[in-house]
Ligand binder design. Structure first.
Ligand code: FES
Ligand SMILES: [Fe+2]
Length: 452
C-alpha cells in the first residue's frame, strides 16, 4: 500500500524569488550597436572580425557590433568590409559579384570600392552624379597572420594597429581559431578574468579537463599593466617544491592572453609566453565570437600535446569551448562553453551575488563602466598603444620557481612573492623582444636563487 508522502520542510524561496525574473540586463555594459555608449566605446579599437581562411571568392556575410556587413577580397587581393545592404535599393551584397576593384551588386550592377566609393552605376546616364561619391558604409580592414582586423569607428580617430609582443615570438607558430557562442561578449570575457573557475569547473566538479596541477585553489593577485587599460593577474599554486605563477593578461575592452595550455608547473620555467592570444568580439548584444591565435612552440608546450589540426572555425584543441557535443555530454562534463552560454544571452548582473572569488570580475566591470562613461563624456579612450613603443609589452604566460616550503607559507607570503614576480615582469617594460625576455628571465632566476 502506498503511504501518503510526508511533506518536505525547508526554506523554499522559489515563489518569493520569482520577483528576480523581472530584473533587466546591464545595458550600459552589454549593448554594442551604433549610438550605444558601450558600442561607441568599442568602436574606438581594432577588432579581429574573421579568419582569413573564411574569405573565399564569394562575399562573406557577417554581423559584428550589431551591424550586418559583408567582407570580401577583390580580385587584386584587397579586403573590403561594407554595410550589407546595397546603397541603391537595399539588395544584400552577400549576393554580389567580386570584381578586380570592388564588389558589384547583383541587382542593378552598382560597383562599390573597398572604401565604399560608388565606382559605377551602369543603369544610370553618363551625366549621373551618383558614381564617385563615397556614400556606401565601409570600414578599413587589415590582414595579419591569418586574421582580419577591422576598425569600425570614426576615420579621424583610427588608432595604430595594436602590435603585441607575442605576435612575433621566435620559433612560434600562430594558428587562428574562431568560436561563436550565443552569449553577450562581457560574460564571455569574464570567464578569462575569473581564475577560480579553473579549479572548480575544470578540475573539482567532474574530472580534470586541463592540467592536473591546476586542481588546488590559487592565490590570486592583480597587477597594473603598463600599456592600455587593464591588469594582469598571477594565480599561484604550490606544486611540490615549486611555486607556479600562472599569468593571464587582460586589456580593455576585450583582449586577453592566457598562460600556457600545456605547462604543468612542476619544473622551473621563467617567463614562458602565452599559449593563447585572444579577443572576445561582439556579434550583437546576445552573440559573440572568441577569435584567437593558439601559439605552438616548444616552450609553452614542452611535451608537444597541442593539436594545430584541431584549430579552425568552431574548433580548438582544448576542452569545452564549442557547441560541438551532445546535450548529454555537455551535462555530464560541462566546460567553459556551457558555463558562459547557460548564463543566458545577456546575463542579468542584478541577480548575482558576487563573492571574494569574483574580485577580477568586479574589477573588470568597474573599469569597463568607467571607460564607457568617460568616453561618453568626450574623453579619448585609453588605447593599447598609449604610453609604450611598439611592440606592446604583454605578460601572459607562466613562471615556475623552485621555492622550498616554509612553515610561514600562507597566502600573504605567496602574494608577496607574486608581487615580486610581477615587478620583475614590469621591470622590462621599456625593453623589447629578446632583450626584454632575457632581462625578465635573468631577474626571475636571480630571485629564485635568493629564495633558496
Ligand atoms: S539594389 Fe544594388 S544595384 Fe540596385
Ligand atoms: Fe575556463
Amino acid at each position: 500500500m502506498t503511504s501518503i508522502p510526508e511533506l518536505p520542510t525547508g526554506a523554499f524561496r522559489g515563489y518569493e524569488r520569482n520577483t528576480l525574473q523581472s530584473l533587466e540586463p546591464d545595458d550600459e555594459l552589454t549593448k554594442v550597436g551604433p549610438g550605444e555608449p558601450c558600442g561607441e566605446y568599442l568602436r574606438r579599437f581594432w577588432h579581429p572580425i574573421a579568419m582569413a581562411s573564411m574569405v573565399s571568392d564569394l562575399p562573406l556575410r557577417i554581423r559584428r557590433l550589431g551591424e550586418d556587413l559583408v567582407l570580401f577580397r577583390d580580385k587584386k587581393g584587397k579586403y573590403g568590409l561594407l554595410h550589407l545592404l546595397c546603397s541603391h535599393r537595399n539588395a544584400s551584397l552577400e549576393y554580389g559579384i567580386v570584381t578586380d576593384r570592388g564588389l558589384r551588386c547583383c541587382y542593378h550592377g552598382w560597383l562599390f570600392g573597398t572604401d565604399g566609393t560608388i565606382l559605377e552605376t551602369p543603369g544610370e546616364p553618363a551625366s549621373s552624379k551618383i558614381a564617385g561619391r563615397t556614400c556606401h558604409g565601409a570600414y578599413p580592414v587589415v590582414e595579419y597572420k591569418g586574421m582580419i582586423f577591422a576598425y569600425m569607428g570614426p576615420p579621424d580617430q583610427m588608432p595604430a594597429f595594436p602590435h603585441f609582443d607575442t605576435m612575433e615570438l621566435p620559433d612560434d607558430e600562430m594558428v587562428p581559431y574562431m568560436v561563436p557562442s550565443p552569449a553577450n561578449w562581457v560574460q564571455m570575457f569574464e570567464n578569462g578574468i575569473d581564475p577560480y573557475h579553473v579549479s572548480f569547473l575544470h578540475s573539482l566538479m567532474n574530472r580534470v579537463q586541463f592540467q592536473a596541477n591546476l586542481v588546488n585553489l590559487p592565490t590570486v593577485d592583480y597587477h597594473e599593466r603598463a600599456a592600455g587599460n587593464g591588469v594582469f593577474y598571477t594565480s599561484t599554486r604550490r606544486v611540490e617544491d615549486f611555486l607556479w605563477f600562472r599569468v593571464h593578461d587582460h586589456m580593455l575592452p576585450n583582449f586577453s592572453q592566457n598562460g600556457g595550455m600545456h605547462i604543468d608547473g612542476d619544473r622551473s620555467t621563467y617567463f614562458v609566453r602565452t599559449g593563447l592570444t585572444r579577443w572576445v568580439v561582439p556579434v550583437d548584444d546576445e552573440n559573440s565570437i572568441t577569435i584567437a591565435w593558439r601559439h605552438f612552440n616548444a616552450e609553452t608546450d614542452p611535451h608537444g600535446r597541442g593539436r594545430k589540426d584541431l584549430c579552425g572555425y568552431n574548433s580548438v584543441d582544448f576542452y569545452g569551448q564549442t557547441d560541438q557535443r551532445t546535450y548529454e555530454e555537455m551535462q555530464r562534463d560541462p566546460g567553459d562553453y556551457e558555463a558562459w552560454s547557460s548564463q543566458g544571452p545577456r546575463t542579468v548582473h542584478k541577480r548575482e551575488r558576487l563573492g571574494s572569488t569574483d574580485r577580477g570580475v568586479s574589477l573588470y566591470r568597474r573599469r569597463l563602466r568607467n571607460a564607457i562613461k568617460s568616453h561618453a563624456r568626450g574623453e579619448a579612450p585609453m588605447l593599447p598603444t598609449d604610453k609604450v613603443t611598439s611592440p606592446i609589452p604583454t605578460y601572459g604566460g607562466d613562471t615556475v620557481l623552485r621555492v622550498p616550503r616554509s612553515n610561514s607559507e600562507d597566502s600573504q607570503a605567496i602574494s608577496d612573492m607574486a608581487k615580486r614576480v610581477a615587478d620583475i615582469y614590469r621591470s622590462g617594460d621599456d625593453l623589447v623582444d629578446a632583450e626584454r625576455r632575457e632581462h625578465i628571465r635573468s631577474g626571475l632566476r636571480s630571485y629564485e636563487a635568493d629564495l633558496q
